[in-house]
Design a protein around this ligand. Structure first.
Ligand SMILES: Cc1cc2nc3c(=O)[nH]c(=O)nc-3n(C[C@H](O)[C@H](O)[C@H](O)COP(=O)(O)O)c2cc1C
Length: 170
């Protein structure tokens, strides 16, 4: 039984959170892949007991080509596609999913990429095993705020515990 983690990241903050979540999950079940969305297989070809997706919050939601261009102008390295495009190309997603985003703490802006991703995923048939979670960064480039890597690892531990017993340790 295993988990797959797919993230989008322009400065590496969401990647760092994804890796911490993977570490937490790996305490209970195998983590098969932790991949940037630009190197991930198509979403509807993922076969796993848990899919975890993470994205940076851009303009109150998931990134778009324009916001990725803006990230690039500010010195980030976004990929060609973001989580929005990855999810939207899937025909159907009938697997358990958990979603997180990264977000600036100050100013505390409304909207989160994770809520938007959750909506798109549900529309394609995925079932969410936990409520969307946000992790905080300092400004656009980061770094991740103190304590957030630890919180992400603990969230990963919790996610694996939420899976049915039959999916664990097998
Ligand atoms: C174009 C753009 C728009 C952004 N909009 C928001 C926003 O609406 N709310 C927010 O909290 N952070 C916003 N941010 C900050 C990102 O959330 C931050 O850059 C991200 O968490 C860093 O993660 P990464 O290193 O994985 O890309 C924005 C960043 C960019 C580049």
């Amino acid at each position: 039984m295993d988990a797959v983690i797919v993230y989008e990241s322009a400065w590496g903050n969401t990647k760092a959170i994804a890796e911490a979540v993977a570490e937490g999950i790996a305490a209970t079940i195998d983590v098969g892949m932790v991949l940037d969305v630009n190197s991930a297989p198509p979403a509807d070809s993922v076969a796993a007991d848990l899919l975890v997706v993470g994205a940076p919050t851009h303009a109150f939601g998931l990134s778009r080509p324009q916001t990725r261009e803006e990230a690039s102008r500010r010195g980030g390295h976004p990929g060609d596609i973001g989580l929005r495009e990855w999810i939207n190309t899937a025909e159907g997603l009938r697997l358990p999913v958990a979603v997180f985003d990264t977000h600036v703490r100050r100013p505390n802006l409304p909207g989160a990429a994770s809520n938007k991703a959750a909506k798109l995923l549900r529309r394609r048939g995925a079932s969410l095993v936990a409520k969307p979670e946000s992790f905080y960064v300092d400004g656009y480039e980061g770094p991740v705020l103190p304590g957030e890597i630890d919180r992400a690892t603990k969230w990963g531990v919790e996610l694996a515990r939420l899976l049915p017993q039959s999916s664990r340790g097998a």
